[in-house]
Design a protein around this ligand. Structure first.
Ligand code: FEO
Length: 402
């Protein structure tokens, strides 16, 4: 059950919380659920801004009907075509068949492909304005944040930026919907995990969008996911700016793939040596246990990355392969890299790490090392050399950070 919530005179949140779906886009874990935010402006003309996922639309149209009390929806603005925001569109159009769908030139081909919707379309371009009466909406194109057709809608009257997925977050809105009503500390990882995994590939488009939006007198940000920003607007903008510039701090993520504990022993050796050399912020992940989205989130945070894998059928361990593939396709930038492995009966992991290092183009701090079976004294020392080299680089780069 979802209730509409008034956020300003004539403007309502009509979104939905999804606590049942386990995987966002059928891939990203949702331990704290996700909210699909949709908005209604009931002015002289009525506009819905983005809709919600199909599986949560049981009360959606009824909530709109209750607010409008017999009036009709004039416009449905599609800032972003992904079905978590257009899943309820056809149902909405069944109830309001004369509503005009507002999108841009890249919106409508996708709309046709996904839903075979071809009529009642209004194409807007950069800077176009839609007059609802008191509220005047202006549209700005934000391509590749994170689909080609994405745009944002700014209401100059209220100062609200309806930002689509930009500034979004995983996590449901449990009672509070505004940033000053919810526990932002509790949601912090879900906010950055959403950025790093959903938007993180598109750092350059994010920088372009931020530059464009900084000219607008934004008083509130209403994204399609996560808390609405009214008290900490600048905070989330600053975070996006840093994330999209791949700014990192002093720390090391160690990820290992280990069948029988030998590669894990080397990871532990490295972690200890890092601490002995002044590195405190260390996150050590087992690739078989931790979903890549959490590891990638940590990688967006810290400069140092050390990866270790046992060989598996003369190649790298499958869980590590998944992580490498994701990092390559996101194209995360600006890191220091070390890697090591265990040959098991064949070797093979290091070859894949070599290819990864070439593809991702991070700075390698020290030559790799690969052990045969249980790590011996020499293997442990080789791992410590990787750790020392990483610590030296980080201490030099961040002399004032703990
Ligand atoms: Fe929230 Fe890109 O959909």
């Amino acid at each position: 059950m979802n209730h509409a919530i008034k956020i300003q005179e004539n403007i309502y949140w009509i979104g939905a919380n999804d606590r049942r779906t386990h995987l966002f886009e059928n891939y990203w874990p949702l331990p704290k659920g996700v909210a699909y935010n949709s908005y209604l402006i009931a002015d002289e003309k009525v506009a819905v801004i983005d809709t919600i996922e199909r599986n949560k639309m049981e009360d959606y149209v009824e909530n709109i009907e209750a607010i409008l009390d017999g009036r009709l929806v004039d416009y449905v603005i599609v800032n972003h075509m992904e079905p978590d925001h257009t899943g309820a569109l056809k149902n909405l159009l069944c109830r309001y068949p004369n509503a005009t769908i507002v999108g841009n030139a890249k919106t409508f081909p996708v709309l046709k492909n996904f839903y075979d919707i071809r009529d009642h379309l209004m194409e807007v371009r950069e800077g176009c304005t839609l007059d609802l009466g008191r509220h005047k909406l202006t549209f700005y194109m934000t391509p590749m944040l994170h689909w080609p057709e994405t745009m944002v809608t700014f209401d100059a009257t209220s100062g609200i930026l309806f930002s689509g997925d930009i500034f979004g977050a995983f996590g449901t809105l449990d009672g509070g919907i505004f940033d000053d009503e919810v526990d932002l500390d509790y949601l912090e990882e879900e906010i950055s995990r959403y950025y790093s995994n959903i938007v993180g590939k598109f750092g350059q488009p994010a920088q372009l969008a931020l530059k464009k939006l900084e000219a607008l007198p934004v008083r509130m940000i209403c994204s399609t996911h996560g808390p609405l920003r009214r008290s900490f607007v600048n905070d989330i903008i600053a975070k996006y700016n840093a994330w999209s510039k791949y700014e990192t701090s002093k720390g090391v993520i160690i990820v290992f793939s280990s069948m029988y504990g030998n590669t894990e022993r080397m990871a532990d050796e490295i972690a200890r040596c890092l601490v002995e050399n002044g590195i405190k912020k260390i996150r050590l992940h087992d690739s078989s246990k931790t979903h890549p989205s959490y590891i990638i989130n940590d990688i967006f945070r810290f400069r140092g990355v050390i990866l270790g894998s046992c060989a598996y059928n003369a190649n790298i361990f499958p869980a590590m392969e998944t992580l490498l593939h994701e990092l390559e396709q996101i194209g995360v930038k600006n890191h220091l890299l070390g890697y090591f492995g265990d040959k098991s009966w064949s070797g093979g992991a290091i070859n894949r790490f070599d290819r990864f290092a070439k593809n991702i183009d991070w700075e390698i701090v020290h030559p790799a090392h690969e052990a045969w079976g249980a790590p011996k004294t020499g293997d442990r020392e080789a791992c410590r050399n990787i750790a020392r080299a990483m610590a030296d680089k980080l201490n030099a780069l961040y002399p004032d950070e703990a």
